[in-house]
Write a protein that binds this ligand. Structure first.
Ligand code: RUQ
Length: 630
């Protein structure tokens, strides 16, 4: 390597040899992995390439995004509808990729909205959000949205327990009265459609994170809990009295069977189910009226508590499905439970009492081992598929590599700074691609050029193919990255769609030929059926619009070449800027307030004659009797 090659320098002064070369992707070449990184309070999901750390796309999920017109155009607004009305924001945390036989299949990414509980599905053939379901009886939808081995379910667990059903009651009567809903959302194997199959109404703890069983433990789901004291205020004196909280082990197969045989109770509930249809390019929002709830004591042998020290946060299951790792935030050691031992203890009915009728297993009976980490503030663990695990430590700001089975620490590397989640592509499946780990940091301070009081969020990429982890790259992220899901690029690349076929466009207001072009008035409502193709709008000049009209522009992009979008908006239109892909139709609304002749133009550079792609709308006084003309 020549001496002028840049090297990556860690703050501790250590150099990783040829780091630049190892993350560099030649111009025109593709990355090896996709990484889908959550945007936290931006409500989005960003798509990066690894190892380069290059950003390709920001997918709006629980947000409005002018770049994509998402949540602005009439077609996508219904996606952000909830039982609380239009909520164009959320806190997106944990993406997870769909699986078949425990391996990533690259069809969908699921992600949770924490604040107004929702689960979204992103279709990886189009890289767009195509479904959002609201979760009733839930609040702070945090132990979500992880999928079972064959994507039978995407699971959403409540962080806050709340009165179920919601009602007016004193907060200090929390204990015994609040409930924690764990929702099992079925995913239709044919079309991916989501539906809440059942909600398990658990005792009023806080359900923090969850992971599915896999392999041997397929059919089970595990949830970390804290505040098992059921304190109504979490000032430390109250909330962390118990030396141990629990990991809840849920045999969902058993509950599914119970429900399939008519078990459970239908209870009234209000929640939105929003679906984006690719053929009509239009979303519809439906309000659901009931949900099926199950009390865990109705199904004996389906739910157990595994004592786990000190407010466990991350709940991670290894690729074989045998080990369940609980990271106690207030503990230095990691607790690893054994699934085999758990089954044996259940078989032998060796219980240590119960909580609200749910048997508590004995800590020693289920313990597989303890990792003496030497770190502080453990949060999350991922696996490389080669018998190693990697755990983040928020307080001591590091990733620690340890052996699954001997529980020995193998290596530790500092993070800059205060790492939260980490991700190995496929790390939450039976078959991880154990080449890189991405650490997502909470604080960046001096790592980048300063940008005022608010500095960028950041991720770090480590090579984990050797015995020691090697820091290769820092890269900025969009929003606060909570978690990420990564997958080999080839699996997704071949699914990625190139074009919407114009002949299959079933949009109600599509204008697929010149014969359809027209402007129609219905009282004060005007509908413009417009098409666009390099390099003109049809119609381009419109007269007869009046102040006080509500003008709907339904615009169809007639192009059928890959990667030729057009855009359009009107002066003063505060509802939208459209980005219309070839073959697609989108709508924005314009309510002109002033008379005049107002130009519009294509907002997405499309050809050498892009600047010629324009038109005018003449707006007359409200009482004028000028006829529509185009
Ligand atoms: S959480 S670190 Cu949702 Cu652990 Cu972010």
């Amino acid at each position: 390597m020549s001496s002028c090659q840049p090297k990556s320098k860690t703050t501790s002064g250590a150099l990783t040899s040829n780091a630049a070369e190892r993350v560099y992707v030649n111009p025109g070449e593709h990355d090896e992995f996709y990484a889908f990184i959550s945007g936290g309070f931006s409500g989005q999901l960003s798509v990066y390439g690894l190892p380069s750390g290059r950003l390709f796309k920001v997918i709006p999920v629980f947000s409005q995004d002018a770049e994509k017109a998402w949540g602005y155009n009439e077609e996508t607004k219904p996606m952000l509808n909830t039982s609380h009305g239009f909520v164009p924001w959320d806190d997106s945390h944990h993406p997870d990729i769909s699986q078949t036989n425990g391996e990533l299949d690259g069809r969908y990414v699921f992600i949770n909205g924490n604040n107004t509980p929702r689960i979204a599905k992103i279709d990886l053939s189009v890289f767009e959000t195509t479904e959002i379901i609201e979760i009733p009886n839930s609040a702070g939808n945090h132990s979500s949205s992880f999928v079972t081995e064959n994507t039978e379910y995407v699971v959403a667990g409540t962080r806050f327990s709340v009165p179920v059903p919601q009602r007016d009651m004193p907060i200090n009567e929390y204990k015994g009265n609040f409930k924690g809903a764990l929702s099992f959302i079925s995913v239709n194997p044919e079309d991916g459609g989501m539906d809440i199959k059942f909600q398990l109404l658990m005792p009023g703890f806080d359900y923090d994170l969850s992971h599915p069983g896999r392999g041997a433990s397929h059919g089970w789901f595990f949830f970390t809990t804290y505040n098992t004291e059921e304190a109504s205020t979490l000032m430390e004196v109250n909330a962390s009295q118990n030396d141990k909280d629990f990991i809840a082990a849920v045999n969902w197969k058993k509950i599914e069977e119970y429900v399939n045989n008519g078990g459970g109770t239908k209870m009234p509930a209000n929640y939105a189910h929003n679906v984006y249809d690719e053929e009509t390019h239009t979303a519809t929002s439906t309000m659901k009226k009931e949900v099926l709830v199950v009390d865990p004591t109705e199904v004996p042998g389906a739910v157990f508590f595994l004592p786990t020290p000190k407010s466990p946060h991350g709940c991670d299951v290894d690729p074989t499905g045998e080990y369940i790792v609980g990271n106690g935030k207030l503990s230095a050691d990691l607790t690893v439970h054994s699934f085999t031992k758990m089954l044996a203890a259940i078989e032998g009915e060796k219980f240590d009492g119960d909580a609200y009728g749910i048997p508590i297993l004995k800590f020693e009976d289920v313990l597989a081992g303890t990792v003496k980490s030497g770190g502080l503030g453990p949060l999350h663990t991922e696996f490389d598929g080669n018998g190693n695990a990697y755990t983040t430590f928020f307080i001591s700001s590091e990733v620690v590599k340890w052996n699954v089975g001997t529980w020995e620490v193998i290596d530790r590397q500092p993070c800059y700074y205060s790492v939260g989640h980490l991700m190995i592509p496929g790390g939450n499946s039976r078959k991880p691609f154990g080449k890189y780990v991405v650490a997502m940091n909470k604080i960046t301070k001096d790592r980048y050029l300063p940008t005022g009081p608010e500095v960028t969020q950041s991720a770090q990429l480590y090579d984990i193919s050797g015995e020691k982890m090697e820091l290769l790259l820092d890269f900025p992220t969009v929003g606060e990255p909570h978690y990420a899901a990564g997958i080999a690029a080839d699996i997704v690349k071949e699914r990625s769609k190139k074009i919407y076929e114009l002949s299959k466009n079933k949009h109600e207001y599509a204008t697929t030929s010149d014969a359809d072009v027209r402007v129609e008035r219905n009282g004060k409502e005007v509908h413009v059926y417009m098409s666009m193709i390099r390099s003109h709008f049809n119609p381009d000049n419109i007269e007869g619009i009046k102040v006080g009209d509500k003008v709907y522009f339904h615009v169809t992009n007639l192009e059928q070449d890959y990667d030729v979008p057009h855009g359009v908006s009107m002066i003063g239109a505060n509802t939208s800027e459209l980005l219309i892909m070839p073959g697609q139709t989108e709508t924005f609304v314009w309510e002109p307030k002033q008379v005049g002749v107002w130009p519009f133009y294509c907002t997405d550079f499309c050809s050498a004659l892009h600047q010629e792609m324009q038109g005018y709308v003449r707006v007359s006084p409200a009482d004028s009797n000028i006829d529509l003309k185009w």
